[in-house]
Design a protein around this ligand. Structure first.
Ligand SMILES: [Zn+2]
Length: 54
């Protein structure tokens, strides 16, 4: 499995480091932004990341 690191920025606030993806070919998860406390839905597929507020 390849290891890929990417920074994901929060789509709601100015937090540019919401999450660091370590590795994923396909995954989805929901995390809470520590800055604005919104729930952010993250979807990874083939090194593409989509982030949106839930
Ligand atoms: Zn945020």
């Amino acid at each position: 499995m390849r290891v890929i690191a990417k920074k994901v920025r929060c789509p709601v606030c100015s937090n540019k480091r919401l999450f660091d993806l370590v590795s994923a070919t396909q995954a989805e998860l929901i995390i809470k932004c520590p800055k604005c406390r919104n729930l952010i839905y993250l979807y990874f597929q083939n090194n593409q990341i989509k982030a949106k507020a839930v």
